[in-house]
Design a binder for this molecule. Structure first.
Ligand SMILES: Nc1nc2c(ncn2[C@@H]2O[C@H](COP(=O)(O)OP(=O)(O)OP(=O)(O)O)[C@@H](O)[C@H]2O)c(=O)[nH]1
Ligand SMILES: [Mg+2]
Length: 259
């Protein structure tokens, strides 16, 4: 008991000494010391907060038949075990990329969403866009010309989506099915899409002027449309989901979902 009492007295003395010492310090110095102590703590807190809110969601979009579901399984399992059925609902998964599973080092799982291209299911895309770290717009490079108009319309909607514009969500135009020699090149596809969007822009802005639509407009008025005019980054790449040549897809994912 005595020992405890002594300890109490000692502790009180110490705290009084500490208080006296603090009172001796000029307030300015005290505040400065506090700031120096608090700043790193607040800084680390914000860095962590920012990191946590950073999304790991990548969206696969594009017309029906462009090869999104095959790509999904290729990225997840390294094989294309999916038949030729049209997807009737979004396909979602959180996983480590198959190509990274055997690698050492940091691996961060990605959340991949395959949104079916069927026009009735496209509104689903808008639900996923606000949380997207990147969007892969898959284009069938084999059957490109007959689908050019439809693909451009879908892409136009994507590029004028409020989340995509405001959050500057990066978009990868993926020319798929390049395993076939008759596939069109990515330069050709990019140019054709730009031309088609240029035409759409004229017709759509005429409609929205009458309807007072609040949709975002694309490109620079009076100039031919080019993807470089978009506020978000739009890049082109080639792949073959079927044969697993998906390096450029994985590169895009890793660029926007950091391990
Ligand atoms: N040659 C070739 N064919 C492919 C490739 N990727 C997909 N296909 C074929 O294209 C067809 C459609 O592929 P899916 O992955 O089901 O297409 P999707 O984009 O998911 O279509 P929806 O679910 O309807 O939106 C299938 O018959 C695939 O075998 C590819 O890289 N090369
Ligand atoms: Mg599908």
């Amino acid at each position: 008991m005595e020992g405890l009492e002594q300890w109490k007295i000692q502790a009180e003395q110490w705290s009084q000494q500490a208080l006296q010492y603090i009172h001796q310090i000029p307030p300015n110095q005290l505040y400065a010391a506090l700031a120096v102590l608090l700043f790193p703590i607040i800084f680390i807190f914000f860095v962590r907060l920012f990191k946590r809110t950073k999304s790991n969601t990548i969206i696969l979009s594009g017309l029906s038949g462009s090869g999104k579901t095959v790509l999904f399984y290729q990225l997840r399992d390294g094989s294309s075990h999916q038949g030729t059925v049209t997807s009737m609902e979004p396909n979602e998964g959180t996983f480590v990329l198959h190509s990274e599973e055997t690698k050492n080092g940091k691996k961060k799982p990605i959340h991949l969403v395959d949104v079916p291209g069927h026009s009735r299911l496209r509104p689903k895309l808008e639900e996923f866009l606000p949380q997207a770290a990147g969007v892969i717009f898959v284009v069938d490079a084999l059957e490109f010309l007959p689908n050019c108009r439809a693909a451009s319309e879908y892409l136009y909607d994507l590029l004028t989506n409020a989340s995509v514009v405001k959050k500057k969500i990066p978009v990868l135009l993926l020319c798929n099915k390049t395993d076939k020699v008759t596939a069109h090149t990515k330069e050709f596809i990019r140019k054709q899409l730009e031309k088609e969007i240029d035409k759409l822009r004229a017709s759509r802005s005429a409609i929205s002027a009458a309807d007072i639509s609040s949709d975002f407009t694309l490109g620079v008025p009076g100039e031919a449309f080019s993807f470089t005019q978009c506020p978000n980054k739009v890049t082109v790449a080639e792949a073959s989901g079927l044969t697993g040549e998906i390096f450029q897809v994985e590169q895009f994912i890793r660029e926007h979902v950091k391990p």
